[in-house]
Design a protein around this ligand. Structure first.
Ligand SMILES: C[S@@+](CC[C@H](N)C(=O)[O-])C[C@H]1O[C@@H](n2cnc3c(N)ncnc32)[C@H](O)[C@@H]1O
Length: 244
């Protein structure tokens, strides 16, 4: 770990060392690696992951989805996987675009993450109103309920949308369940590859694109690159790829 990272990890875990009445990080390491303390291990994962996200982050991706993919899509059920969905804003942004564009045609979204803390927030679908800067008024009016009384300053995603978005814990470091293989028309894997070294990045991308249908689209962040990572994807635009 670089010195900068060490400081970050130490400061994030300091409270847990204290909470468990331990005197150093070595003892904490022994604690979390003991099978009896799986719960503490998950707490550590929740604390160590960086979960920054917001509605319609990198708006060009949602425009592309709407104009280039959905306009010409023909099929039975349109399926999207928001891998590393964090607190759910990405999955619900996609849901708003699908609901608007596909109307009554069927669609499903899976949002997944390693952190159980963010998955709980995502499943609730309740967000602070002052974090909705990039959410267009048309979507806000149609797909969000403003909180009243004790909920003032919050909004809740409407049930009609929430019902079609499921959240589940998936570790991108592990093999995917069999039923996810070639299951998705579109996969968003944005702002997570930056946390991996090159070898891990390759393994994660290879694994994730197994879930993509041939011809399906794959989105990464504009700040990430797939240079020399896989030969199974063709770039259609910077940060947007298509499976062969
Ligand atoms: C910065 S957020 C990105 C959220 C969203 N995709 C976006 O672009 O706004 C990165 C997420 O990746 C998740 N993550 C990190 N390592 C992971 C892994 N091995 N498996 C699944 N999710 C992981 C973190 O928990 C975090 O919520």
């Amino acid at each position: 770990m670089s010195p900068g990272k060490q400081v970050m990890v130490a400061s994030r875990l300091a409270k847990r060392v204290q909470y468990n009445e331990l005197s150093n990080y070595k003892d904490y390491y022994h604690l979390i690696t003991h099978p009896q303390h799986a719960e503490e291990f998950q707490i550590m994962v929740n604390i160590l992951t960086t979960n920054e996200t917001y509605f319609f982050r990198e708006p060009k991706h949602f425009e592309y989805l709407e104009e280039q993919i959905l306009n010409t899509w023909k099929g039975s059920v349109f399926r999207v996987w928001s891998a590393a969905s964090s607190t759910g804003e990405e999955a619900y942004s996609i849901a708003m675009v699908l609901a608007e564009k596909l109307g009554s045609r069927p669609w499903e979204i899976l949002g997944s993450d390693l952190s159980t803390r963010v998955l709980e927030i995502a499943s609730e679908g309740v967000y602070l109103m002052d974090r909705l800067e990039y959410l267009e008024q048309k979507y806000l009016t149609k797909y969000c309920l403003r909180g009243v009384r004790s909920q003032v300053g919050m909004m809740r995603v409407v049930d009609k949308l929430k019902d079609q978005v499921k959240f589940s814990q998936i570790n991108l470091m592990q093999n995917l369940p069999y039923d996810m293989l070639q299951h998705y028309d579109v996969i968003f894997l944005r702002n997570v590859l930056i946390y991996f070294d090159n070898e891990t990045k390759k393994a994660v991308v290879e694994r994730v694109i197994k879930a993509l249908k041939p011809g399906g689209h794959f989105f990464i962040s504009h700040s990430e690159s797939l240079h020399r990572v896989t030969d199974q994807l063709d770039m259609v635009k910077p940060s947007i790829y298509r499976k062969r």
